[in-house]
Design a protein around this ligand. Structure first.
Ligand code: GDD
Ligand code: MG
Length: 369
């Protein structure tokens, strides 16, 4: 379960991981125009900080980040990884190589031997699952790959993964319109190093559409470790907001979230009298919330400004963006440095692009109103 104090299996042994962070995060636009999805501020820190800290607590000692889109930002953000007690290395794909190509490319930096387990993580997942137990299953089954599987209500959006009675994977059906089970690929794999080296180098490969189906077809052992602890792919705005709020509320414990609570107010933020912050809302550094505003289950990036009497729910307000007095936002994304004037009402998935001014003449921000 989440936030426990399990002793990692093989504690003290080196354990390497590859973190896939090369995607463009298009479903999270416009937030991902200036910053890659894995670095979006989430419960007060870059998203990946949660995954890195969690990996370290589960016994991972070294992580190779497989980057492509806005590569240089990752090293700037995490450096050598010592603040997580990890050793970090970075590889870059000039052209994105897909999930399998990215894993194969990162393998050039692994130190593990051919029989060693290597953890592979999608870089947009919050998970409280028991990684040491997944590693145990992998070792006992002497598998080529062991996938974390989770049960969801909407399996068509994911990789559908049926297994037999012994948890051996019998097929891998990526984003099929007719899922045969509600168990899906949760985006955390244990690979035997040798199986990574068998991925063809130097070209685009999808593990989901090519590697896993081929491994199963050729009779190699692919196992499914089912664990229904907290799990979320933060790849859409709604999921991103939910993930950040869940971390603040403590629904998923993260080593890098201080004490859980209804809201997280970062240093240098100002919250005026009568404003209420609930549902795991984050108020970024230097942000400002005007008098009598209510902000529920939302993420306000650094420097965001909310006027007085505004009502914000389930929304993301970008860096240095502003929202005028008495405006209502519900389930929307306001891009960096965008401005929404007073007395507007925006709902239902609407996205305002960075720098856009909606109704600029009516912005009369005042905290005394
Ligand atoms: N290095 C590298 N290169 N990384 C990549 C590339 C690439 O070309 N393409 C995608 N990635 C990374 C993304 O940054 C992300 O962390 C991860 O691979 C998965 O990509 P998504 O774009 O988020 O895939 P998805 O959510 O549609 O589907 C995947 O995750 C689901 C679970 O959340 C699949 O693995 C599904 O089978 C799975 O169910
Ligand atoms: Mg995803």
């Amino acid at each position: 379960m989440s936030g426990d104090s399990r002793v990692p299996s093989g504690a003290g042994e080196p354990l390497e991981a590859i973190l896939l962070v090369g995607g463009r995060g298009t479903r999270l636009r416009p937030l991902t125009i200036s910053i890659p999805k894995p670095l979006l501020p989430t419960a007060g820190v870059p998203f990946l900080a949660h995954q890195l800290a969690r990996a370290a607590s589960c016994g991972v000692t070294r992580v190779v980040l497989a980057t492509s889109y806005r590569s240089q930002m990752f090293a700037e953000c995490f450096g050598d990884g010592s603040s997580f007690g990890l050793e970090l290395d970075y590889v870059h794909e000039e052209e994105p190589l897909g999930t399998g190509g990215g894993i194969r490319n990162a393998a050039s930096r692994l130190r593990s031997g051919p029989d060693d387990p290597v953890v592979v993580l999608n870089g947009d997942i919050l998970s409280g699952h028991d990684l040491p137990a997944q590693l145990d299953m992998h070792r006992k089954a002497d598998a080529a790959v062991t996938l974390h599987l989770v049960e969801v209500t909407d399996p068509a959006r994911f990789g559908c993964v049926p297994t037999d009675d012994n948890q051996r994977v019998t097929a891998f059906l990526e984003k099929t319109p007719n899922p045969v089970t509600n168990r899906i690929n949760a985006g955390c794999y244990v690979y035997t190093r040798r199986a990574i080296d068998e991925i063809p180098p130097g070209r685009v490969v999808s593990v989901e559409r090519e590697t896993f189906p081929a491994l199963i077809e050729s009779g190699q052992v692919v196992m499914g470790y089912v664990d229904n602890a907290y799990w979320l792919d933060v790849g859409t705005p709604e999921a991103f907001v939910r993930g950040s709020c869940d971390l603040v509320l403590g629904r998923l414990a993260s080593p890098v979230v201080p004490t859980p609570g209804e809201s997280l107010i970062l240093p240098g933020a100002t919250v005026y009298a009568g404003a209420t912050l609930t549902g795991g809302t984050v108020v970024g550094a230097g942000a400002l919330i005007g008098r009598d505003s209510t902000v529920e289950g939302s993420v306000l990036f650094d420097g965001a400004t909310i006027g007085s009497g505004a009502r914000i729910r389930g929304s993301v307000i970008g860096r240095d963006a502003s929202v005028g007095n008495n405006t209502v936002l519900d389930g929307v994304v306001i891009g960096d440095e965008a401005h929404v004037g007073a007395r507007n009402e925006l709902r239902g998935g609407l996205r305002v692009w960075p720098g856009i001014e909606l109704d600029p003449l009516s912005i009369r921000f005042s905290t005394d109103e």
